[in-house]
Design a protein around this ligand. Structure first.
Ligand code: PLP
Length: 377
């Protein structure tokens, strides 16, 4: 090739990565969708194509597996994609037990989509072990646990439910989004799958969507990996990078958020305008002892409260708050508040006077003062 290459060719070759051996401290974002083969058609580092694997994804999958004390982690483009992946490991005709106040989109996924694959479900109060036992059918294949549940913050005893499940060869999955591995490791309590919406505390800044599934068992890992790669709901490299950055400060953020939540819950419980505070860290919470047993070092940073009043009064109070932004979602550094029933829609059984609070990292004195003024006449 003696001739000088033409403009178009120069444009391509001159912008090729020439920093392959650079050693940056902050992880670069690997946007490449495909990877160079060696002359013998082999690949370095098993990197072939970005749907199968990607360095940014690889970093967070390794990190999340370690943090959850699990053998394998697989990440997805949202928490719902991760949940779908777990359900896709089942076979047509299987039955699932769901918590009666599980994240509302899970129930919708079952009703609107997975019913076409002949998967059925029952909603059960999982804080009651007898109800769980009674709900088991001959075709029950999966018990889906959300603890604390969303939005009633009911606590399910993971160890006891997984014991019941094991005697019947039923798998157990735990949505650990609200507590994160900082406070709870469901695999150590007997669960087969741990799922996270990494959109929440892992990301931590309300700027990225993501999900993950963690397992110990090699066969389950192979199934989830197959679903991840073949269904293709994989996270983009930049999203993985953001979640990886979030992981670095996860412990600091959620520990501070949980401390704030605990103080705020105590304050709200003492206020005459509040009917009830649902927070597992309060002694008044019906499953406080179970929460203490299975959640290491903390009770999380989510609180639901019931206002003494109707829907209108509930809305009025929430809109008077200055440091709690009215928005759905949770787990970011900023405090959020939301009237859950209006998000969940017509069939929601959530009380009309319930407000769900995601407590952020602001100063607790300011957060309490804000509630003081919002609850004053
Ligand atoms: N699980 C829980 C407990 C959630 O709160 C959410 C979202 O709010 C999800 C799952 C779904 O996650 P995503 O919105 O990332 O799909």
């Amino acid at each position: 090739m003696k001739k000088n290459p033409k403009f178009e060719t120069i444009a391509i070759k001159s912008t090729e990565n020439s920093f392959e051996n650079s050693r940056p401290v902050s992880t670069p974002i690997y946007l490449s969708s495909t990877y160079k083969r060696n002359n013998d058609a082999s690949y370095n580092n098993d990197l072939i194509y970005s749907r199968s694997d990607n360095p940014n994804r690889n970093i967070i999958e390794t990190a999340i597996a370690k943090l959850e004390n699990g053998n394998y982690a697989f990440t997805f483009s949202s928490g719902m994609a991760a949940i779908s992946a777990v359900f896709q490991t089942l076979k047509s005709g299987d039955h699932i037990i769901l918590p009666d106040d599980c994240y509302y989109a899970v129930k919708k996924l079952m009703e609107n989509i997975l019913n076409r694959w002949n998967l059925s479900f029952d909603l059960v109060d999982m804080s009651n072990l007898e109800s769980v036992k009674k709900a088991i059918k001959s075709n029950t294949a999966l018990i889906w646990i959300e603890t604390p549940s969303n939005p009633l913050l009911k606590i399910s005893d993971i160890q006891e439910i997984t014991k019941i499940a094991k005697t019947k060869n039923i798998l157990c999955a735990v949505d650990n989004t609200w507590l994160t591995p900082v406070f709870q490791n469901p695999l150590q309590l007997g669960a087969d799958f741990v799922m996270h919406s990494t959109t929440k505390y892992f990301g931590g800044h309300s700027d990225v969507l993501g999900g993950c599934v963690v397992v110990n068992d090699k066969i389950l890992a192979e199934k989830i990996k197959d679903i991840q790669v073949l269904s293709g709901a994989v996270p983009a490299p930049f999203d993985c990078w953001l979640i990886g950055r979030g992981i670095q400060t996860l412990h600091l953020r959620i520990t501070k958020q949980a401390k704030n939540a605990s103080k705020l819950a105590k304050y709200l419980e003492s206020h005459p305008k509040i009917e009830k505070v649902l927070y597992p860290g309060l002694k008044s919470h019906p499953q406080h002892t179970i929460a203490k047993k299975q959640q290491r070092n903390g009770f999380g940073a989510m609180i639901s409260i019931l206002i003494k009043g109707d829907e209108k009064e509930t809305f009025t109070i929430s809109t008077k708050l200055k440091y709690f932004t009215t928005a759905t979602s949770l787990g970011g550094v900023e405090s959020l508040i939301e009237h859950r029933k209006s998000v969940e829609g017509e069939n929601s059984t959530t009380p009309i006077n319930l407000l769900r609070i995601s407590v952020g990292i602001e100063h607790i004195d300011d957060l309490i003062a804000d509630w003081q003024q919002a609850l004053s006449d």
